[in-house]
Design a binder for this molecule. Structure first.
Ligand code: AR6
Length: 168
């Protein structure tokens, strides 16, 4: 598996699937979720309504509509409550369930934002560590390429360090 960390706007990526750091309603919000809904167009909201929500750590897939990405995988991350409320396990589940859906839909490239590290308050270095660790231990056939799409240079530095420590 090829792994890359880049700095940019995930809505611009031509990956087979981009992952959305959603909330449990799946009806949009701020941050990366708002950006994805704005760029994908109103059809995305219509598609999301059909799910009637999603539990934290689970994932749902929709077309990408007006996005360059073929699919959007929506996963509500955990809200950080100090770290002793199962946050790490739930965050790991977000990545695993997203990877599982990506594999089911034959996605060869997938891009992830740093789920829960914005509005949901997960400490960025810990969130990135789980992101990288979970992707690296994924044993599925797909994806062939994973992109960690950071929104700031600071976040990119965090991912680059974690990847370098693991020999990437
Ligand atoms: N491309 C890539 N990354 C981005 C983008 C973008 N366009 N925009 C922001 N980020 P957040 P959360 C980064 O808050 O913490 C929403 O309201 C951002 O810098 O988007 O999981 C939802 O509806 C941060 O590193 O998601 C939920 O209610 C990361 O994406 C809630 O926020 C995640 O930040 C979810 O909070």
């Amino acid at each position: 598996m090829e792994i890359q960390a880049i700095c940019g706007d995930i809505t611009k990526l031509e990956a087979d699937a981009i992952v959305n750091a959603a909330n449990k309603t799946l009806l949009g919000g701020g941050g990366v979720d708002g950006a994805i809904h704005r760029a994908a167009g109103p059809e995305l909201l219509e598609a999301c309504r059909a799910f009637h929500g999603c539990e934290t750590g689970e994932a749902r897939i929709t077309p990408g509509f007006r996005l360059p990405a073929r699919y959007v995988i929506h996963t509500p991350g955990p809200v950080w409550r100090g770290g002793s409320r199962g946050e790490a396990g739930l965050l790991r589940s977000c990545y695993e369930n997203s990877l599982r859906l990506g594999e089911e839909y034959g996605c060869r490239s997938m891009a992830f934002p740093c789920i829960s590290a914005g509005v949901y308050g997960y400490p960025p270095a810990q969130a990135a560590e789980i992101a990288v660790g979970t992707v690296l231990s994924w044993s599925g056939r797909c994806p062939e390429r994973v992109i960690f799409c950071c929104y700031t240079e600071d976040m990119l530095a965090v991912y680059r360090k974690i990847l370098a420590d693991r020999g990437f």
